[in-house]
Design a protein around this ligand. Structure first.
Ligand code: KIV
Ligand code: ZN
Length: 546
C-alpha cells in the first residue's frame, strides 16, 4: 500500500512511476478509511486566543504595541476570529481590546466576558464584534468556586446572552469545565441559551482531561441536542489538545479555539499551526489560514512573548525540517517525502541539513557543494570521520566549523594567505566612521580607507576595498554570549564573490570587542574565500585568487 497520497490529491508521476502528490502533504492512506465512515465539514473556523488564553501563559504580559502587532499578524494569517482580551481584567487590557477592534482588521474581534453585565459593558465599550461569555458548570466549580446553584447558573447564562444580543453583539458561550459537567446539565444550559439567541456554543476541555475518543463522542452527543454551531477549546495538560480538537471536529464542531505555538494557561492550548495543518492533511478540511505565514507568525509571537518555541515542536520548531542522520539525508536529497510528511515551504519553513554525529557522506558533500567546495573521495571520508568526532565531543557544528575541518584536510588552513597588519577605526558623534586597513595579501602589502554607517560597516568596506570589490557581504551575524557591557560576542561573516556567485565562505570569531571581532571573522572568511576561488578555478595553476 502506498502511504504517500493525501486525500483528494491528483498527484504527479515521479521517476519510477511512483506517485508524488502535488499538495505538498504526504500522509498515510489509512486516514481516508476514517473519513469514509464520518461526515466531516469542508471548512472549519479558527478562533485564535493567543492574545487572551495565550497571554495567560505564566510570566507573559504583552504591551499594547505588541498586542497590536500580533493582532495584525493574525489578521494577515487569516484567522476568522481574534479573541483580543478580557477587557474587565485591567484598564490596559480594555485599551488594547479597543485599539485592536478599531484597527480596521478583517477578522472578527471578540472579547472574553464572565456572565454578567459589567463584563459585557466593558466589551461593548471596546467596540468589539463579539463576546465570548463563560460560566463554569461542573459541580466542583459551581460548589467550590462560584458557590451558586445550577438554577442560578442557568439564569446568569441566559441573562448574559440576552444582554449581549440586545446590544447587537455576536454571542459565543462556553460552559467552563464542560468536559467535567454532566451531559444532562450541559443540555439544559445549552437549550436555555439557544432560546436566548446565542450564536455559537463552545465546549471547553478546560483542564485537558479528555481522550480523543471521548471528546468525539461528547461533542456528537451535544451536537444531537442543539442546532447552534459548536466550537471546541482544548487544553494540553495531557498533551492531547490537538488530537482532542480534531476529535471535536469529527464529533460535529465547526470552529476550533487555538493559540499560536500552543501558548496558554498551564500546559497551554491547542496549537494553531498543528490544528490547521492536521485538519488539512488528514481530513482535507480547509481553514482561512494562509499556512505559508505560519512560521513567520510563530517567530513573531515567540519574540514578543519571550516564550521560546521548543526545537522539536511540530510544524514551526527549529528541528521540524532539519535532518542529520545519514540515511535520512540520503533519502531527503533524492525525494523529500521519504522523511518529510509535508514540504517545508507550505508552512513558511526551510529544510536544513544539520551536521552532527549522525551525518553521512551525502550530507557533508552536498553542504560543501552549496559553497562551491568539492573534496576527493578519500578526503570526504576523512572529513566525515572528523565531523562525527567533533560532534561527539558535544560541540555545536555549523557551517563555519565544517569549513574549518574541510580546510584542515585540504591542508590550506594552516598558513593564511591574507593577513591583517594594521587596523584603525574612528567613530564618534557627528562624525562619519572611517576605517583604515593595511593587509598583506600573499606577500603584497595593500592599504585602503573607507567610510561606513558605523565602525563595523567602515571596517568591512575597507577590507573589501583592499582585497577585491567583487567580494560581497552575504550575511553578518552578531550574538552576545555573555551579558553586560563587557560581554563576549560571537560574530559570523558570510562572504560571496560577485564574479562567481557559487562561491561562499564563512568566518567566525569570538571576542569582547565587537569591531575587532568582526574584523577577525572577516579575515577568516576572506582566507577561505581565497581557497574556494583557487580550487573553483580548476587546475590552471593560478596562484592568486584576488
Ligand atoms: O479553558 C477555558 O475553559 C477557558 C474559558 C474562558 C472558556 O479559557
Ligand atoms: Zn482556556
Amino acid at each position: 500500500m502506498s502511504t504517500q497520497t493525501p486525500s483528494g490529491s491528483a498527484g504527479q508521476i515521479g521517476d519510477g512511476g511512483f506517485k508524488i502528490p502535488d499538495t505538498g502533504v504526504f500522509v498515510s492512506e489509512y486516514n481516508k478509511k476514517i473519513l469514509e465512515a464520518t461526515r466531516m465539514p469542508k471548512r472549519v473556523k479558527i478562533l485564535d486566543t493567543t492574545l487572551r488564553d495565550g497571554e495567560q501563559t505564566p510570566n507573559v504580559a504583552l504591551s499594547l504595541d505588541d498586542k497590536l502587532k500580533i493582532a495584525q499578524a493574525l489578521d494577515e494569517l487569516g484567522v476568522d476570529i481574534i479573541e483580543a482580551g478580557f477587557p474587565i481584567n485591567s484598564e490596559g487590557e480594555a485599551e488594547a481590546v479597543k485599539k485592536i477592534a478599531g484597527a480596521g482588521l478583517r477578522s472578527e474581534i471578540c472579547a472574553l466576558c464572565r456572565a454578567n453585565k459589567v463584563d459585557i459593558d466593558a466589551a461593548i465599550a471596546g467596540d468589539v464584534d463579539s463576546v465570548h461569555i463563560f460560566l463554569a458548570t461542573s459541580e466542583v466549580h459551581l460548589e467550590k468556586k462560584l458557590k451558586i446553584s445550577k438554577e442560578e447558573a442557568v439564569r446568569k447564562a441566559v441573562e448574559a446572552v440576552q444582554y449581549a444580543k440586545e446590544h447587537g453583539l455576536i454571542a459565543e458561550f462556553s460552559c467552563e469545565d464542560a468536559t467535567r459537567t454532566s451531559l444532562e446539565f450541559l443540555d439544559e444550559v445549552h437549550s436555555s441559551i439557544e432560546s436566548a439567541g446565542v450564536d455559537r456554543i463552545d465546549i471547553p476541555d478546560t483542564v485537558g482531561v479528555m481522550t480523543p475518543a471521548a471528546m468525539m463522542q461528547f461533542v456528537s452527543e451535544i451536537r444531537k441536542k442543539t442546532k447552534v454551531p459548536l466550537a471546541v477549546h482544548c487544553h494540553d495538560d495531557f498533551g492531547l489538545s490537538v488530537a482532542n480538537s480534531l476529535a471535536g471536529v469529527r464529533g460535529g464542531a465547526g470552529e476550533v479555539h487555538v493559540t499560536m505555538n500552543g501558548l496558554g494557561e498551564r500546559a497551554g492550548n491547542a496549537a494553531l499551526e498543528e490544528v490547521v495543518m492536521a485538519l488539512q492533511a488528514f481530513y482535507g478540511i480547509s481553514t482561512s489560514v494562509n499556512t505559508r505565514k505560519l512560521a513567520f507568525v510563530s517567530r513573531l509571537v515567540s519574540q514578543l512573548t519571550g516564550v521560546q518555541v521548543q526545537p522539536n515542536k511540530a510544524i514551526v520548531g527549529e528541528n521540524a525540517f532539519s535532518h542529520e542522520a545519514g540515511i535520512h539525508v540520503h533519502g531527503i536529497l533524492s525525494e523529500s517525502s521519504t522523511y518529510e510528511p509535508m514540504r517545508p515551504e507550505i508552512v513558511g519553513k526551510e529544510r536544513s541539513i544539520v551536521m552532527g554525529k549522525h551525518s553521512g557522506a551525502h550530507a557533508v558533500e552536498s553542504r560543501l557543494k552549496e559553497y562551491g567546495l568539492s573534496l576527493e573521495k578519500e578526503q570526504l571520508k576523512e572529513l566525515v570521520k572528523k565531523v562525527k568526532k567533533y560532534a561527539e565531543s558535544g560541540k555545536r557544528l555549523d557551517d563555519a566549523e565544517l569549513f574549518a575541518l574541510a580546510y584542515d584536510i585540504l591542508g590550506q588552513e594552516t598558513e593564511p594567505v591574507i593577513k591583517l597588519e594594521e587596523f584603525t577605526v574612528f567613530t564618534g558623534l557627528n562624525f562619519t566612521p572611517t576605517a583604515t586597513v593595511v593587509m598583506n595579501i600573499d606577500g603584497e602589502v595593500r592599504r585602503a580607507s573607507e567610510t561606513g554607517v558605523g565602525p563595523i560597516d567602515a571596517s568591512l568596506a575597507a577590507m573589501r576595498s583592499v582585497v577585491s570589490k567583487n567580494i560581497v557581504l552575504k550575511q553578518y551575524r552578531l550574538e552576545a554570549i555573555t551579558g553586560g557591557s563587557n560581554a563576549l560576542c560571537e560574530v559570523t561573516v558570510k562572504l560571496g564573490d560577485s564574479e562567481n556567485t557559487g562561491l561562499i565562505s564563512l568566518g567566525r570569531s569570538v571576542g569582547s570587542d565587537i569591531v575587532t571581532t568582526s574584523v577577525d571573522a572577516t579575515v577568516e572568511a576572506l582566507n577561505r574565500l581565497w581557497v574556494c576561488k583557487l580550487s573553483a578555478g580548476g587546475k590552471d595553476n593560478r596562484r592568486k585568487a584576488y
